[in-house]
Design a protein around this ligand. Structure first.
Ligand SMILES: [Cu+2]
Length: 97
């Protein structure tokens, strides 16, 4: 069981690194609201190049609800978002100080 968890953790970190490097540039933003129950995140963001989206404040879904644990309203962040069906999903996020 431990081996499976370790393999899973390695897979996740590899995918995370890959998406940060190979995909779109990260977008600057500020967390406005964290909704752990709905697994949603409100971000005031700058222009998102890969989504062809201007700066605005909007609600995103998150790829993994664990991502919300370290976030608080007011945090300055860098993130990558992708369109998934009708939703915009944050796939990578980091807090900048
Ligand atoms: Cu937007």
């Amino acid at each position: 069981m431990k081996k499976i968890l370790l393999a899973l953790a390695l897979t996740i970190s590899t995918v995370g690194t890959f998406s940060a490097q190979a995909q779109s540039p990260m977008t600057n933003g500020e967390v406005r609201r964290v909704d752990k129950d709905a697994k949603k995140l409100t971000i005031r963001h700058g222009p998102i190049v890969n989504l062809d989206m201007p700066a605005m404040t909007m609600v995103f879904q998150v790829k993994d609800p664990v991502m919300l644990d370290k976030l608080n309203a007011g945090d300055k962040i860098k993130f990558i978002a992708e369109k998934s069906g009708d939703a915009y999903v944050v796939t990578t996020i980091e807090v900048t100080k």
